[in-house]
Design a protein around this ligand. Structure first.
Ligand code: FES
Length: 102
């Protein structure tokens, strides 16, 4: 059953800078963009690599291992070798605190 987890204060989330964390048994990557805060599963769907260790640009995270790219707003896998989207998680901000539902 998903639950909301407080992950950080909003003013500690730098714009367009991946913020990795562990929630329960899930590796999660939170990214603050101009139009909102987005959270995806941080593990590449191709093999095992943390997307937050990769390169971020223009709303996309590039896996550091084989360079598959994922859209952080939707989790969509944009190119091979990944062909499975990453899971996305709802986010919200309350009282200056960022929450992720995992
Ligand atoms: S592990 Fe991410 S593209 Fe291969």
């Amino acid at each position: 059953m998903p639950a909301w987890h407080a992950v950080t204060e909003l003013d500690k989330l730098d714009l367009e800078t991946p913020f990795p964390l562990r929630i329960g048994d899930q590796q999660v990557c939170v990214v603050r963009l101009e139009d909102g805060i987005f959270a995806i599963n941080d593990v590449c769907t191709h093999e095992y690599a943390l997307l937050s260790d990769g390169y971020f640009e223009d709303g996309k995270l590039e896996c550091p291992l084989h360079q598959a790219c994922f859209e952080v707003r939707t989790g969509k896998a944009l190119n091979e070798p990944a062909d499975v989207d990453v899971v996305t998680y709802p986010t919200k901000v309350e009282g200056g605190v960022v929450f992720v539902e995992v």
